[in-house]
Design a protein around this ligand. Sequence first.
Ligand SMILES: O=C(CO)COP(=O)(O)O
Length: 130
Amino acid sequence: MNIALIAHDKKKVDIVNFSVAYSTILKNHTLFATGTTGKKISEATGLKIERFQSGPLGGDQQIGARIATNEMDLVIFFRDPLTAQPHEPDISALMRLCDVYQIPLVTNIGGAEVMIRALDAGFFDWRNIQ
Ligand SMILES: O=C(CO)COP(=O)(O)O
């Protein structure tokens, strides 16, 4: 599966800890991330990650484009709901495209815990038969 990993600044520690905890599952998949998120995860885990631009510089839009071309199977996006983001329209657009294309999206660590276990249990096989 193709998985996008994204986190706002105040959630970077959470996504790094999440990626370390689940690196044995994540390593079996093709990973993508926005710029700074990807750098921090790969430094902490050694996982191979294709990095896009940083979010405020277009990274969310690049991931959105992959969704529009059916090249993303899961989006794990640890959003910061308490800090205004300069690129809020890009964030909304990315989430909108997940809904347009019915791509599983989780926006916090609670959802991500469930989703990654579901992925490992084979619950994403429906993505292969579309
Ligand atoms: O801003 C982001 C998502 O909206 C994340 O971007 P970075 O991973 O480059 O910090």
